[in-house]
Design a protein around this ligand. Structure first.
Ligand code: TRP
Length: 453
């Protein structure tokens, strides 16, 4: 196992936050959160989601950062470095399968973003009626070659960046892009809140109807929390290994989780007031944001410019996320299988391309075909559901169990307190979460989902 003794480190404190937030914030917040909330009853979903972030997400994020920094290694090397016996590094395999599945369907949606950027530039989204946006999305996503073309272009962009292993570049880009995206979201949010039926949208998102909390809602909220924080497959462990000795792990995890959740809520505050004002349905699945946002832009003064800016930033935000998930399999191929970075990146690209094409065709040619006839889901939904709702929470459960039960307590404490230089008052609470709360809750939610209660 060739371990990199001179691992690059993030240059500044802002850089650390911008880069971890860069991995966390992406389509998960702006595309996936609103549609999952829309499908799962709005307020009921938001409530479960926030509970999952606080009770499970932040502790597991701390565990990933701590394991990564204390071992200076990727997910395989990290588990081996701490526990030479046993099969803990197998968690890494869950991570690789999940990361490639996510990359496959994520690139398709990132490709849609590129198409919408292109359409905004050529002025192709100038409809006056929101039904037209629906037909536009359906005819685009179900066509056979355009979504595939954009998926390929997106994966090539991702390849060009990961093959060079540019950490400094990512840090610089995130430093500018994340704040810019944030400002843009605030502007759109104010605009949506001034719409005629904004109140109905707010009530939908913030008034939980407790009768709507079903096992499906809880599982979706759990999956969304892990997906949005990039947890469960070792991404944040890798980023933790780039942290410097002085980085405060618990604080960084809390800031990352708060900003990530804030962006998701902002996205909800943009989408739902508009959904109700335009008389649309919140239950539209993956199409939701791609139908609502362009409708919002046509109603704003200077809409075309906003639209171009937004889809461009969303494209960059998707890229910073896919770079972080690609790093998991690339680290595996280079550090465990001794491949060169070029070969590893190419292999990652080829596998993701295959998955990407299957996912892209799920809206057209393959829309009525299930995964090799094995289940009733199309490829896109299968990749999304299996990775987000099953593999990520499973990985997170093992990671928290490992940090709580296997990892030496004094090592965990030293890492979290920077060798005793800083006080971490929440340490005992964190240990309880890692030892008991996170593993037990995740198992219970799985059992609940399998209908065992
Ligand atoms: N969190 C990212 C988003 O919200 C997606 C992502 C990046 C991810 N890396 C990950 C999800 C690792 C799960 C695991 O868009």
């Amino acid at each position: 196992m060739a371990e990199d003794k001179n691992r690059a480190q993030f240059a500044t404190r802002l850089g650390i936050i911008a880069t971890t937030v860069g991995s966390a914030v992406g389509l998960g917040n702006i595309w996936r959160f609103p549609y999952e909330a829309g499908n799962n009853g709005g307020g009921a979903f938001l409530l479960c989601y926030i509970l999952c972030i606080i009770m499970l997400g932040i502790p597991v994020l701390c565990a990933e950062f701590a394991i990564g920094r204390s071992t200076q290694s990727n997910i395989f090397g990290a588990f081996r470095a701490i526990k030479t016996s046993g099969k803990w590094h197998w968690i890494g395999y869950i991570g690789i399968i999940a990361s490639i599945m996510i990359l496959s369907f994520y690139s398709v949606v990132a490709g849609w973003t590129m198409e919408y950027l292109y359409q905004s530039i050529i002025g192709g989204l100038n409809y006056s009626n929101s039904d037209c946006f629906h037909s536009h999305f359906v005819s685009f996503s179900s066509s056979n070659w355009r979504p595939i073309m954009w998926t390929i272009i997106f994966l090539l962009c991702n390849y060009i960046i990961v093959v060079r292993g540019v950490k400094k570049g990512i840090e610089k880009m995130s430093n500018i892009m994340m704040p810019a995206l944030f400002v843009l979201l605030i502007i759109f949010c104010i605009n949506s809140l001034m719409m005629p039926k904004a109140g109905e949208g707010l009530a939908f998102l913030f008034n939980p109807d407790f009768s709507k909390i079903t096992p499906k809602v809880v599982i979706s909220a759990l999956g969304q929390a892990f997906f949005s924080l990039s947890l469960g497959l070792g991404t944040m462990m890798t980023y933790g290994s780039y942290f410097s000795k002085g980085t405060r792990i618990v604080r960084s995890a809390t800031i990352t989780a708060s900003l990530d959740t804030l962006v998701a809520i902002l996205a909800g505050l943009i989408i739902f007031p508009a959904v109700f004002s335009f008389g649309m349905s919140p239950v539209q699945g993956p199409a939701l944001v791609f139908e609502v946002l362009p409708s919002i832009f046509t109603q704003m003064p200077g809409g075309q410019l906003w639209s171009i800016l937004f889809f461009f930033l969303l494209f960059l935000a998707s890229l910073t996320s896919t770079i972080s998930m690609s790093e998991v399999s690339i680290a595996f191929f280079t550090e465990e299988k001794n491949m060169t970075r070029t070969k590893a990146s190419a292999l990652n690209l080829i596998i993701a391309l295959c998955g990407g094409v299957l996912s892209a065709l799920s809206f057209g040619y393959f829309s009525d075909k299930s995964v090799f006839g094995l289940c009733s889901l199309d490829f896109f939904t299968f990749f999304d559901f299996t990775s987000s709702n099953i593999l990520l929470p499973l990985g997170g459960m093992f990671i928290s169990f490992f940090a709580g039960w296997i990892l030496d307590r004094s090592r965990l404490k030293d890492t979290l307190t920077n060798e005793g230089k800083i006080g971490v008052k929440t340490f005992p609470l964190l240990v309880i979460c890692l030892k008991y709360v996170a593993p037990i809750c995740i198992v219970l939610i799985f059992l609940l989902g399998m209908g065992l209660f």
